[in-house]
Design a protein around this ligand. Structure first.
Ligand SMILES: Nc1ncnc2c1ncn2[C@@H]1O[C@H](COP(=O)(O)OP(=O)(O)O)[C@@H](O)[C@H]1O
Ligand SMILES: [Mg+2]
Length: 342
């Protein structure tokens, strides 16, 4: 790292910076206005900023200087549980869990990712074969049969760093799902299993299968907050309505009266497609007042897919790329409400 400006760090217009780093122009404008984002120079109405300063601002959540906000493992863990869910398949649930997990880990947070999808895609992205033992499935079985809590024994390391771990899934989860049907308090199993485990982590991220099921209900009952990824196309949009209603149902039936939708994350946005460009503001407007949308959007990016092919997060594979910056910005947005007001 160097403080000497390099060509790659040449000042760029604020609007370009917003586009490049997946932040809203309004947010950067406001930060530049009140001095939290240091402006390189102003030419008339044009504001120029250095990319490194925008990165610092997004990394620091626009609140403090780098040196003040280094996370410390001395601090008590936050213990937040977030479920990533929608009924639609292919909207980026697993990709969001994986890269958000990496982005939290990069900030020094203690992260546990949980794969509760029998397809075990997250498990595979983490470089494990889909049938490792023990898994979440065996832990649930042992709870159902012997009231034994063995989730701890399923936890494995990931490549995201020493404080980022995974509870893997396997196909056995589909059998677990059938067993759950007849179990008493069947929606509360994951909550029970996490009771002693979650408080050791800053954040627990649960990746869900794309169907209404007892597995998904378990993930919704165990969580404090939900993130709903949606792609800007007509069918997933109606899926969003269902997902919002699903969370409301979990709250109203008192299965989890405090469950909050933390935000909707618009993903796989292809800016070359007019339909996608138009759909983003339309989507925000259609659901305005009903649900919060993250400022950050995730573009449709070859880098994300290439990284997955190598079982790496995009933050590991392309650390300075736009997608990595977007996931970092997303972490800041997610954590914003957890932190005491500045
Ligand atoms: N932002 C993105 N850009 C490009 N491809 C993506 C992006 N997010 C997800 N994908 C790809 O789309 C497919 C579905 O994503 P995935 O995360 O598995 O969705 P889900 O878990 O909701 O089924 C995967 O092949 C994944 O690599
Ligand atoms: Mg998935």
């Amino acid at each position: 790292m160097t403080d000497v400006p390099t060509e790659a760090d040449a000042p760029i217009p604020l609007r370009d910076a917003a586009e490049q780093y997946g932040a809203t122009y309004a947010r950067l404008q406001k930060a530049a206005h009140d001095g939290r984002l240091v402006v390189d120079r102003r030419i008339g109405k044009n504001v120029l900023v250095r990319p490194s300063e925008v990165q610092r601002f997004l990394r620091e959540n626009g609140r403090t200087r780098a040196s003040q906000s280094q996370p410390s493992l001395q601090e008590a863990p936050l213990g937040k549980i977030i479920t990533i869910t929608t009924l639609k398949g292919g909207t980026g649930k697993t990709t969001t869990t994986f890269n958000l997990g990496a982005a939290f880990a990069e900030q020094g947070k203690r992260v546990l990712m949980i794969d509760i999808d029998p397809q075990a895609n997250l498990t595979q992205l983490c470089g494990l074969t889909p049938a490792p033992e023990p898994t979440l499935a065996t832990a649930i079985m042992q709870w159902l049969r012997q009231r034994a809590k063995t989730l701890d024994q399923t936890i494995v390391e990931t490549s995201f760093g020493p404080h980022a771990q995974l509870v893997p899934a396997s196909l056995l989860l589909s059998r677990v799902e059938r067993e759950l049907l007849h179990a008493p308090r069947r929606e509360y199993v994951l909550q029970e299993l996490l009771e002693d485990v979650a408080p050791r982590y800053d954040v627990v991220l649960i990746d869900t299968p794309p169907s209404a099921s007892d597995l998904v209900n378990n993930a919704l009952v165990a969580a404090h907050e939900v993130i709903i990824p949606v792609i800007p196309e007509p069918l997933p949009v109606s899926g969003l309505q269902y997902s919002i209603e699903d969370v409301a149902k979990i709250r109203e039936t008192k299965l989890n009266p405090n469950l909050q939708i933390r935000g909707v994350l618009i993903t796989k946005v292809d800016r070359r497609r007019a339909q996608h460009r138009e759909a983003v503001p339309q989507l925000r407007e259609a659901f305005a007042g009903e649900v919060h949308f993250f400022d950050t959007i995730i573009g449709d990016a070859t880098r994300i897919v290439e990284a997955q092919g190598r079982q790496r997060s995009v933050l590991q594979y392309d650390p300075s790329g736009a997608s990595s910056q977007a996931y970092r910005a997303l972490v800041n947005e997610v954590m914003h409400e957890w932190q005491p007001a500045a």
